[in-house]
Write a protein of this length. Structure first.
Length: 539
């Protein structure tokens, strides 16, 4: 009888304990390996995207997308094209990489991963592979990506493995299998497995994309165009002579929407940033706009964000903000079946629907930053199928005391005409020249508030890991405010200073971590906290 040869080998490599401190070459403003990567606070992001563009323009797809460096043959006999592009921090070094997926065959796809080291783009992976997710080692703080490699030829031969790749793209192989398709016999071999590394595999999560796109067939030009679209992200104080809206608090919202549209955020991304998720259905900064005006004549300007293409509904806004006691307040945010509109008489209208026979039209006065219902018609065909229309000035779907006819309902709805809101396209905000000069006071106030909140959070945790994670996130936030407030020349000087700080931080921690990983984490938290206050004083 023919023998089937199946070889399965588990490899577990020892990883030394201690705090993970990024190389200064890879990261400029902090040595975070715990927080979620954000292009907003990455001072290298735009430069990196330009370098990736140059690399793609000067190389053929087959140079990094033929599978020649993988464990399962190459794809040089295939027609090479691109199906997916994903930009994210895959390896946990707080800089973005580009994962380009090519043709699919059998059980896997060709993929090439581009990374930057020393201002040089390199293809760090070129083979048949599938992203399984990002891992973070809770004991060491090290992060990386779990990749399933290999493929099968469809005739019985297969070679597959699962590996952990760290920020230097060194791999730890967790599982490897190879079969020639011949019948019977299985051999397996397991070496030192304490379960920890397998748990990293089991608990890994999909890497959140800065931006990604998919298509059946893309070429070199499509990849270049996509990356070029990421080279201009958030317009900040560094690139503008003054405020966008006249209100720094509103500028922050406009900048966030600009960033989200430029980076092709998903609906979930907008939700996570406390913005209207409907913007995630649009593409391009020219599809969303903003409008600042005093809606109710009380002397306080409001900010509206909305869609501005030819399919937009007149008067409809995604978000409505106002200022109360010097603080920005979100008044209302629209949803798919819960939309808000500005009427010509400055009434705020709400159209909501819970189904074909369950709908509401509410009309509100805008008073002291709040909506006060003045009248509403609603239809409830579920509980009142014979006469579903009702009128109320108190609470719809609660007050059924005033049934009305279809005609009466239509007359009330037709009393209100929606205004065409004069939105300014987000694509135009970098072209504004006649704007008021904005200072840094509001940025400092916001940063101080976040620092105070961080102090409270850090005071109730004991582990060095948690303390470091909390202060690390705060440092990122304060750095973001500095990017908004300082000039490009000032930021260049600060970046060099930050590089010196990182190197000094690494030297201090390296003297501690060999004795106690926990003490190293606590020291890292302490040093990062001190740096947060140093940066705060620059605002």
């Amino acid at each position: 009888m023919k023998r089937k040869i199946l070889k399965i080998t588990f490899f577990i490599a020892a990883i030394s304990t201690g705090i993970a401190v990024n190389s200064i070459e890879n990261h400029v403003y902090a040595a975070e390996t715990y927080g979620t990567y954000s292009a907003d606070t990455d001072p290298y992001f735009q430069n990196d995207m330009n370098l990736y563009c140059q690399y793609v323009e000067s190389h053929e797809l087959s140079d990094y997308l033929d599978g020649s460096a993988g464990i399962f043959g190459d794809a040089r006999g295939l027609d090479i094209y691109v199906q997916k592009i994903k930009v994210a921090d895959f390896d946990g070094d707080n800089r973005a990489e580009v994962w380009i997926t090519g043709p699919t065959a059998s059980s896997n796809s060709i993929a090439g991963i581009l990374d930057i080291s020393g201002e040089e783009v390199k293809c760090v992976f070129n083979g048949w592979e599938n992203e399984l997710g990002r891992y973070t080692d809770p004991e060491t703080g090290k992060t990386g990506i779990v990749i399933e490699e290999g493929n099968s030829d469809g005739d019985g031969y297969s070679h597959m493995r699962v590996s952990l790749y760290d920020e230097n793209w060194d791999n730890t192989i967790l599982m490897e299998s190879e079969s020639n398709g011949i019948e019977e016999e299985t051999e397996s071999n397991t070496s030192q497995d304490d379960g920890r590394y397998m748990e990293l595999w089991r608990s890994c999560n999909e890497v959140k994309a800065v931006s990604e796109t998919e298509s059946d067939r893309m070429g070199k030009e499509d990849v270049t165009k996509f990356l070029q679209g990421l080279t201009s992200t958030v317009p900040s104080g560094n690139s503008q002579s003054g405020s966008i809206t006249g209100y720094p608090e509103y500028d922050e919202i406009v900048n966030q929407y600009y960033n989200g549209m430029a980076l092709n955020w998903s609906t979930e991304d907008f939700r996570e940033h406390n913005l209207c998720y409907l913007a995630g259905y649009e593409t391009g900064v020219d599809r969303i706009g903003y409008c600042v005006r005093d809606i109710n004549g009380d002397g306080v300007d409001e900010l509206m964000i909305g869609r501005i293409d030819e399919y937009s509904d007149p008067g409809m806004f995604y978000d409505l903000y106002t200022m109360i006691d010097g603080q920005r307040v979100l008044v209302k945010s629209s949803g798919e079946r819960d939309r808000y509109y500005l009427c010509q008489d400055q009434t705020i209208a709400n159209e909501g629907s819970g189904g074909a026979v369950l709908s509401v039209w509410g009309y509100y006065d805008f008073v002291s930053g709040q909506l006060q219902l003045k009248e509403s018609v609603f239809m409830d065909g579920n509980t009142h199928p014979e006469n579903p229309w009702f009128y109320t000035t108190t609470a719809f779907f609660e007050d059924y005391s005033n049934p009305i006819s279809d005609e009466e309902a239509e007359n009330i709805i037709n009393k209100y005409t929606y205004e065409t809101i004069p939105y300014i396209s987000l694509a135009d905000i970098n072209n504004q020249s006649d704007v008021a000069e904005s200072g840094t006071s509001s940025f400092r106030q916001q940063a101080e508030q976040e620092v105070n909140e961080t102090e409270q959070q850090a005071s109730v945790v004991e582990s060095g890991n948690e303390q470091y994670e909390i202060w690390d996130r705060c440092l990122n936030d304060v750095w973001g405010y500095l990017q908004e407030a300082l000039s490009s020349e000032e930021m260049e000087t600060l970046i060099q200073e930050e590089m010196d700080w990182i190197q000094n931080k690494e030297n201090i921690i390296n003297t501690i971590k060999m004795q106690s990983g926990e003490e190293a984490l606590k020291k890292a938290a302490e040093i990062t906290r001190e740096r947060v206050y140093d940066l705060l004083n620059m605002l």
